[in-house]
Design a protein around this ligand. Structure first.
Ligand code: C2E
Ligand code: CA
Ligand code: CA
Ligand code: CA
Length: 275
């Protein structure tokens, strides 16, 4: 994996001792009892702004560490990825999420499609997918219930294995979303090579709506492009009514962002959408 988020960078400034101690503690905690150590998840709704329907929900990891306090997922996912504990973390997350879905299904028959972020190192891991299918079977979670979000921000390595794994998912009925679309360096290659069902337009495009005519033109073209290749489309990071309106008028009606909902605790989510 590429160096990310200053983990190597930080060696060069004065906080070196503190940074290393922090990193060591996070690494150690990633191998510990995640639940007891304050790791949990939140849910962010995906809404069709024309109908108001809940079309899906993204699972986002949170960590309120007993001594370090809240740690950003960017930081701990990066460390988990580098140190090889990402599969353990993701499996733990899946268990928790599946348990939650089954609890909710007691009150309501239908639960929306649930999107899980999968880092690039897991995409080449046959063990990860094997575990995923086992967990689904054990918890009686159907494939149609699951969407995997993969990101184009890191160049894919071992693309043969990734392709095989994604094709297996697809053939079972699990859908695949391409996250952060437009920010990576190989988006067209992804769309040619991988079975992508949905594209998530990155929030950096959305936040320029109303500010920059050129960016708006790029966004409009991207929306047309996605329609042309018959993919579902979602806009990420929709924060204002003006953004929502622009997107809707230009053909993108599925939105995820603070305008509709911040990421919610599972309890708040079920209160708002199921009770
Ligand atoms: P992401 O997958 O692109 O997730 C969307 C991020 O945008 C989330 O940040 C979400 O809280 C934030 N967001 C949602 N709506 C808005 C909005 O309207 N405005 C703004 N400014 N932000 C919004 P978060 O939760 O801090 O996660 C950051 C990144 O960490 C995620 O980006 C994802 O790449 C990674 N991540 C989080 N949880 C997991 C996980 O369980 N597994 C993996 N592999 N990665 C995760
Ligand atoms: Ca995501
Ligand atoms: Ca994203
Ligand atoms: Ca992102």
């Amino acid at each position: 994996a590429k160096e990310q988020n200053g983990s190597s960078y930080s060696l060069f400034h004065s906080g070196m001792g503190i940074d290393l101690a922090r990193r060591f503690l996070i690494e150690k905690s990633l191998a510990g009892n995640l639940q007891e150590l304050g790791y949990h998840f939140v849910l962010q709704p995906q809404i069709n702004c024309e109908t108001g329907d809940l079309t899906g929900v993204e699972v986002l990891s949170r960590w309120n560490h007993p001594t370090l306090g809240p740690i950003s997922p960017i930081e701990f996912i990066g460390i988990a990825e580098e140190t090889g504990t990402i599969s353990r973390l993701t499996n733990h997350l899946l268990e928790e999420v599946f348990t939650f879905i089954n609890k909710e299904k007691k009150h309501s028959k239908s639960f929306p499609k649930i999107a899980i972020n999968v880092t690039s190192s897991l995409l080449t891991s046959q063990t990860f997918f094997h575990d995923l299918f086992l967990l689904m079977e054990k918890n009686q979670i159907s494939a149609e219930q699951i969407e995997l979000e993969i990101t184009e921000s890191v160049e894919l390595t071992g693309s043969e294995l990734t392709l095989t794994n994604l094709m297996t998912c697809r053939s079972k009925g699990i859908s695949i979303a391409l996250d952060d679309f437009g920010t990576g360096f190989s988006m067209l290659a992804y769309l040619v090579d991988y079975p992508i069902d949905k594209i998530k337009l990155d929030k950096s495009f959305i936040s320029k709506i109303g500010q920059d005519a050129r960016s708006e033109a790029v966004l409009k073209s991207l929306i047309q492009f996605v329609k042309g290749i018959d993919c579902q489309l979602l806009a990420e990071g929709v924060e204002t009514h003006a953004e929502a309106l622009f997107l809707q008028e230009n053909g993108c009606s599925i939105h995820q962002g603070y305008l509709h909902d911040k990421p919610l605790s599972p309890e708040a989510f079920s209160k708002k959408y199921f009770i």
